[in-house]
Design a protein around this ligand. Sequence first.
Ligand code: DC
Length: 211
Amino acid sequence: MAVVIAVDGPAASGKGTLARRLAAELGYAYLDTGLLYRAVGLSLIRAGEYPGDAVAATVAVESLKVADMDFSDPTLRDEETGHAAGIVAANPAVREALIDLQRNFAAAPPNAALGAVLDGRDIGTVICPDADYKFFIDADIGIRAERRVKELQEKGDPSIPSRVLQDMKERDHRDRTRAVAPLAPAADASVIDTTNLNADAVFALAISFIR
Ligand code: DC
């Protein structure tokens, strides 16, 4: 059976950096599950639909072909897409439609990898409650917003820091309070607060739990 590592947490907490690094270190497959919600959000934007339109969102998720998805499309990672993703992620039908895909990835990782690292919001609680290792990565929201602004600046994406902070607060609130699969640490997750830790320190801590 493949080893499963769940890495959950809010935006810009450092969970993606940690998850990618764990996967590279251990030779496991990696899935950024936020990209699935982003892909649904982006297809609605491109179709000119409102992401909160439940019917349009259901159609979008049902026609999502992960095998054909271009995960390197930079539009998937921009703020507008992230905003739309937060809205579609609160739609129970969208979440339901993405469950099997994520569980199948964990159970049978691509390229015959011996394990899988999935990052998201509900991996340890809903998608893979029996994961071998669970991490919940968190940090102060001011620091997370600063990290996101820096990331956007590095991409040449002009951003207004106060808007990034405001949007992050709204998305956090939506993620934490939605009725289905809200963002929360699993009871058996190791919680790492990255407010005062750099990526190397977070990785060292997480790998020490695993080893
Ligand atoms: O991690 P991210 O910014 O790429 O996530 C985009 C949105 O999707 C965010 O609002 C949270 C949501 N999401 C989710 O609800 N469940 C996941 N497993 C991953 C992301």
